[in-house]
Each structure stands twice: as C-alpha cells, then as structure tokens.
Design a protein around this ligand. Structure first.
Ligand SMILES: Cc1cc2nc3c(=O)[nH]c(=O)nc-3n(C[C@H](O)[C@H](O)[C@H](O)COP(=O)(O)OP(=O)(O)OC[C@H]3O[C@@H](n4cnc5c(N)ncnc54)[C@H](O)[C@@H]3O)c2cc1C
Length: 440
C-alpha cells in the first residue's frame, strides 16, 4: 500500500467570464460518507470527463465515480479560450509547427479527440457550446506575417487545407485594421468551454456519479484504492488521476511539470452602436502569429482577450497578479479596437496550464491499477480529451491502436534545478513575450 497526501488542492479564482455568463449550475453534490465504486476518477476537467464517458461506453455496468475539488467548469477546463485545435499547436516553437511525421500523428490524434467530443456534443445537445467554426491566425507585424507564411508552407507539406488572408480580409472578419494578414484553418472547433464541460458533466450524470467541491486530500493505493475527501471517501479497485498539474501535489512526476498560468479578460456586452462602429463578423477566434501574442475571440456582443504567461510553481495566482495583467489586456484591446473607446472589461481571470520541457504528456499506469492522464501542454481541450479517453481504453485493455501511440510518447523530462528554474523560467518567459512585440 502507498499513501499520497495532497500538499495542496486547487482553488482557482476569480470566476471566469465563460462560467459567469452561464445560468447558475444546480447545487453541487458533495461526497459525504463512504462510496464504493469500480472506478474512481479524480479531476473533472476535459481528461477526467473523457475518461468517465469512455469508461461508461466500454464497461456500462461498472460503477464510475468522479470527484473534483471545485465545481465542474470552475478550473482550467472552464477558463480557457475554447480553441479545440486539430492541427499541431506547439507553444514552444515560433510558428506552432513541429516535424512532419510528428505533426501527422498529432493531427490524427487531435481529430480523434475532437470527434469524441463532437459525439458527446451531439449526444447531450451541446451544439451551442461546440461550433465547428475554424480559427484564424492573425499577424500584426512583418515578422508575424513571415512566420504565418512559413506555417502555411508547413500545412502544404502536411496536405492540410487553409486559406491565406490579406489585411482587407482580416478587417472584414475582425472589424479592425490592426492585422496585416492571416491564415484561416477550418478544422478547429470553437467551444464555450465552461458551457461545454458543464453540459458534458450534466449529460454523464445519468451513468456516472460526479461529486463536486470534494477535494481529494489523500490517496491510498492497494488492492482497493481509497480516495479521501474532507467529508467522505471513495473505495475502488481502479483509480484514474486526471488532475493535470496537481499530479505533483500528490507527489507524482515531481520536478517534471511546469506550472504556467495564463490570463484572460472579457468585455461587458457591447452596445448595438459599438458593434456597428466595430463592424466585422459577430463570431470569430484569432490566434496570434507569434505563440506569445494575444488570443482574441469575439462572441457576439463581447470580446475576450487572452495573453501573458507567468511561471507559478505554487500552482496559484493572486487577485493582484490577475489585475496587473488585466492592464496588458486593456492595452492589447485598445490597440486593436480603438473605435470601442476602451469599452470596459467585466471579467478577468487566470488559470493553470501544465507544460513539460519536452512537451510530453503524463500518461500511463504508474502503480498497479493507478492510471494518469495529464499535462496537456497548453492544448488540453483536445489533448486532455485524447489522453482521458485513451487512459480508459488502456485501463480496460481494449485494442485501441492510439493507446500504443500514446504509450510510445516520452515522459515529461526532468526540470532544471529549482534555483535555476526560479530565475530562468520567468526570464525566458519575459524574453519570448517581449519578442512578440505588437502581437502582444
Ligand atoms: C486562460 C486560458 C486559456 C486557455 N486556452 C486554451 C485553448 O484555447 N485551447 C486549449 O486546448 N487549451 C487552452 N487552455 C488550457 C486548457 O484549459 C487546459 O490544458 C485543460 O483544461 C487541461 O484539461 P485537464 O482535464 O487535463 O485539466 P483541468 O482542466 O485543469 O482539470 C483538472 C481538474 O482536476 C481538479 N483537481 C485538481 N486537484 C484535485 C484534487 N486534489 N481533488 C479533486 N480534484 C482536483 C481541478 O479542480 C480541475 O477541475 C487554456 C488555459 C487557460 C488558463
């Protein structure tokens, strides 16, 4: 038997705009007393709910329980920008691409995950939160434009569809003349992340028991695993951990996971006259040509800006940090949309990303009947779903060929020594974000 005590549990704050604009969720079911199950999953983000849904398809008569420390959709799963991207999305590179063979495999895997989510959207009536709209990469500088055209050549090599956009096309879509060019790729799904993940949990609730506001504080593994929460426990012979960076809080993958935060602000609803002065299309999602630039989404009468990465090994951010970075959002917003005269932001938030130095996921069986799927390197809406569904296949022992591909991927590599990380990681982030220039 081994015991893993959580040295911290998540407490994301403040509320994300995506969550706040939804109707309030039904009352949380908190875990109280002992619950016996065949499977226990810790973490109800993209990975946890994909694992739960896949298990419910593979072993429909088994009792499946999921616990989350917070409300479903309150964590990163409901805080992200909602780009479910089918193409390679390598944040560490200059133009998102990697090597050809690697990228072809990534595309196959990403699309399998997107189709799994699409079938959930159809099954649970989540189409309003899951729209096959494609995404735009937008360039604001000559350097950005050059890297977009390189990205396009890379897409030609991968035989992938795209459309090159010039400054006039970009203005027609976004309403602003900030962007000098762009690339449209059709395969990205644009999600309302909190709506989608909450709807997924709501749909699964008929066949999976989901406990919220129930942080796992201690895990004992053995013939029967035991997951302890402040008011209860779940006992089950099989355990799946889908807590993303919080794997490290239980002592797993120590000094292998990079805890990075990124931040977003959402405007108040724009008035009809503001929308008229902006022009452009009512719904679009734009990724910066430089991965360190600003992601912008227009969702009808609101605009969402996301930028800035910080290194937070404590796995928390503060209201002060969110507020300070909010000023950068305001600057980026005003530079792009001067016609909106600084329309105010109604919501600001930050959220936890788990990266590894070698962009590798945490995936596999780490102790007897203890499985993990996490560390999705910034594309967790897709990769979380992918590794979540594949971990269920691995644990049940199906012949799903993508499981072998996932097992062939390397493990997260060891970080540099702590003092080096403490100085080096913020410095490196500062340098690459500075390089983004006007793209930020
Ligand atoms: C501002 C922002 C923008 C982003 N934009 C995008 C984007 O556009 N596209 C994209 O693909 N990704 C994006 N991401 C990243 C994406 O949100 C994550 O990669 C994704 O949520 C990871 O999914 P997951 O299920 O692995 O982990 P999470 O979504 O983090 O879920 C893990 C869950 O585990 C729970 N948990 C942790 N510890 C415990 C415990 N001890 N007990 C019980 N529960 C626990 C947490 O509460 C959480 O709900 C963005 C992230 C942020 C913050």
């Amino acid at each position: 038997m081994s015991v893993h005590k959580a040295v911290r549990t998540p407490a994301d704050m403040p509320v994300s705009g995506w969550y706040a604009v939804l109707p309030p969720p039904p009352k949380a079911q908190v875990l109280r007393g002992r619950y016996m199950a065949d499977w226990v999953i810790v973490g109800a983000g993209f990975a946890g709910l994909a694992a739960a849904r896949r298990l419910s398809q593979l072993v429909p008569n088994d009792r499946i329980a999921v616990v989350d420390a917070q409300r479903v959709g309150w964590g990163a799963a409901g805080r992200n920008s909602g780009f479910m991207i089918d193409l390679p999305h390598e944040l560490g590179g200059e133009n998102y691409g990697g090597s050809r063979d690697h990228d072809l495999k990534q595309i196959q895997m990403n699309r399998a995950a997107i189709e799994f989510s699409a079938s959930a959207a159809e099954e649970f009536g989540l189409e309003p939160y899951f729209v096959r709209a494609g995404k735009i990469h937008g360039a604001a500088t000559d350097h950005g434009l050059r890297s977009l055209r390189e990205f396009e050549s890379h897409l030609v090599g991968l035989a992938e569809d795209f459309r090159s956009l010039d400054a006039a096309d970009m203005k027609g879509i976004t309403g602003t003349d900030f962007f000098i060019g762009g690339t449209f790729t059709p395969g990205t799904v644009m999600a309302q992340p909190a709506g989608f993940i909450r709807g997924l949990a709501g749909g699964l609730a008929e066949r999976v028991k989901i406990f919220e506001n129930s942080p796992a504080t201690l895990i004992e593994t053995g013939a029967e695993h035991r997951v302890q929460t402040p008011e209860g426990e779940i006992v089950a012979p099989r355990l799946i951990l889908t807590v993303n960076g919080h794997l490290e809080s239980f002592g797993f993958f120590k000094r292998r996971l990079l805890h990075i935060f990124t931040y977003a602000s959402m405007t108040r609803p724009l008035s009809n006259s503001e929308q008229a002065s902006l022009g452009g299309e009512r719904h679009w999602g734009l990724i910066p040509a430089d991965p360190m630039g600003s992601t912008i989404r227009r969702i009808g009468d609101r605009i969402v800006v996301r930028n800035t990465f910080t290194y937070n090994p404590s796995m928390t951010t503060s209201e002060g940090q969110v507020e300070k970075i909010g000023h950068k959002h305001d600057r980026s917003f005003n530079a792009r949309f001067p016609m909106l005269n600084g329309a105010g932001m109604e919501y600001r938030w930050g959220g936890h990303l788990c990266l590894s130095l070698n962009s590798a996921p945490a995936f596999g069986e780490i102790e007897d009947r203890v499985y993990v799927a996490g560390c999705c390197n910034g594309l967790g809406t897709v990769k979380g779903t992918l590794y979540g569904m594949l971990i269920a296949d691995l644990a049940v022992g199906t012949e799903e060929p993508l499981v072998a591909d996932a097992l062939r991927e390397p493990s997260p590599s060891t970080l540099y020594p702590k003092p080096l990380m403490a100085v080096g990681a913020p410095l490196r982030l500062w340098a690459v974000q500075r390089r983004a220039g006007r793209e930020l």
